[in-house]
Structures are given as structure tokens and as C-alpha cells.
Ligand binder design. Structure first.
Ligand code: 2BA
Length: 109
């Protein structure tokens, strides 16, 4: 068994969870925040048998879109070391950042 952890856009959660439910994947959704943009995103945990992992990746690819976000980074001022705002830059986010971990033991008690 594997534990798949997918970090996705909050806007894609319904589509992904609907698809997972339809195909009887068990899933847990946790609200999270990206360390770079500091915006809300979503983290989905799915315990899955190895032979269904490819199907799971397929559902994530179908439901999680790449989006462009505008952000205003701050860069250090040369003399004072203070942070000054610059113009907005475009950042591509998603469709999904996915980790697959081995599961040593799985029990439902
Ligand atoms: P954030 O950390 O808010 O990052 C949002 C997007 O900003 C990233 O999209 C990437 O395009 C960009 N980005 C992140 N760090 C950057 C940096 N140091 N310089 C320039 N651009 C940067 P994604 O790569 O699609 O990541 C989406 C979200 O997935 C991330 O939100 C974070 O919550 C998570 N994530 C990505 N890589 C991760 C990792 N190695 N470990 C844990 N979480 C990760």
C-alpha cells in the first residue's frame, strides 16, 4: 500500500473528491497554505493499493488545472537590507504537487 499526498488548488477539490468517491478511493482533505504564496490550498491524502496508483494519477491530472497567479515579491534593498515591493510577477501554480510514500502498516480499528 502507498500513501499519496496531493497538494492542489482549493478550487479543484470538489472535482477531485467527486472523482475519487465515484471510483471508491478513500480520501482525506486538509486545508493548507503554500509556503511561497501564503495562499490557501488543499492537501488530499489517499491510501491506495499500488495497482490503482496510475488510475489515481489519471484522476488528479483530469481534475487539477494549472493556473497563473500574480504575486508581488519583495526584494532586499541594497543598502538598508529592508524589503521593498516590486511589480507583480506571474507564477504558475499546480495542477498538483504529488508525493507517494510507502505505508508500513494500515489498519482501520
Ligand atoms: P506555494 O508554496 O504557495 O507555491 C506556489 C507556486 O509558486 C509554486 O507552484 C511555484 O510555481 C511557485 N514557487 C514556489 N516556490 C518558489 C520559489 N522559491 N521561487 C519562485 N517560485 C516559487 P507549484 O510548484 O505548483 O506548488 C504549488 C503548491 O504545492 C505550493 O504552494 C506548496 O503548497 C506545495 N509544494 C510545492 N512543492 C512542494 C514541496 N517540495 N514540498 C511541500 N509542498 C510543496
Amino acid at each position: 500500500m502507498k500513501l499519496l499526498i496531493a497538494i492542489i488548488s482549493s478550487r479543484d477539490t470538489n472535482a477531485l473528491l467527486d472523482a475519487l468517491n465515484r471510483e471508491e478511493f478513500g480520501a482525506t482533505l486538509v486545508n493548507s497554505k503554500g509556503g511561497f504564496l501564503r495562499e490557501g490550498n488543499a492537501t488530499v491524502f489517499v491510501g491506495v493499493e499500488e495497482d490503482r496508483l496510475n488510475r489515481l494519477f489519471g484522476l488528479i491530472s483530469q481534475t487539477c488545472r494549472t493556473r497563473t497567479r500574480l504575486m508581488s515579491p519583495s526584494i532586499p534593498a541594497i543598502e538598508s537590507g529592508e524589503y521593498l515591493p516590486t511589480g507583480p510577477v506571474e507564477v504558475d501554480v499546480g495542477g498538483a504537487t504529488v508525493f507517494v510514500l510507502p505505508v508500513e502498516r494500515y489498519e482501520r480499528i
